[in-house]
Design a protein around this ligand. Structure first.
Ligand code: SME
Length: 159
């Protein structure tokens, strides 16, 4: 297993992801424990991108329950259709929100968060978790983040 992460100095977002993705793959490849892998994905993303908050919510008993994350303490349970996370779960698609203050029902775990992206993780055709990233800047996330974060969550093995 790799013990160190190489952080690229490039300011190009796509290049940053392209440098990070093989490293994330090396980190989690061969490790069967889900929590360990989700935790390292959060740490790797936090180190490269310095986002305000990055973490996973896992579907348990028909709720999204807080999983591994990096950043300030956060809400622990989110219902189907609630907030950006619950909406991404219900719609089974990635949601990019440029201004969370304009998103109906947004759950403000922190008033500092201004924009957000939520990417579902699928297993057996169902959403079984979501990856949530928050930024203190408006319109921080875009289609590039969506495309690469979708690649990253596909690396997770749920067996
Ligand atoms: N803002 C999210 C809740 C999770 S926190 O941001 C960590 C939402 O509206 O679903």
């Amino acid at each position: 297993m790799a013990e160190d992460l190489t952080i690229t100095a490039s300011t190009d977002k796509a290049e940053q992801y392209r440098s990070l993705i093989p490293q994330i793959n090396a980190l989690i490849n061969g490790e069967p424990d889900l929590v360990a892998n989700l935790a390292n994905i959060c740490a790797a993303l936090k180190e490269q991108f310095k986002w305000f908050w990055i973490g996973f919510y896992l579907v348990k008993d028909n709720k999204l329950v807080l999983g591994p994350f990096q950043g300030p303490v956060a809400c622990t349970r989110i219902g189907l259709g609630k907030g950006v996370c619950g909406a991404a779960w219900q719609q089974a698609e990635t949601l990019v929100v440029a201004n969370v203050n304009e998103f109906p029902g947004h759950i403000a775990c922190s008033s500092l968060s201004q924009s957000e992206i939520v990417v579902p993780l699928f297993h057996g055709g169902k959403v079984i978790a979501v990856l949530d990233a928050d930024s203190e800047a408006l319109a921080h996330f875009d289609e590039t983040d969506a495309r690469y974060l979708e690649q990253i969550v596909k690396l997770v093995n749920f067996k």
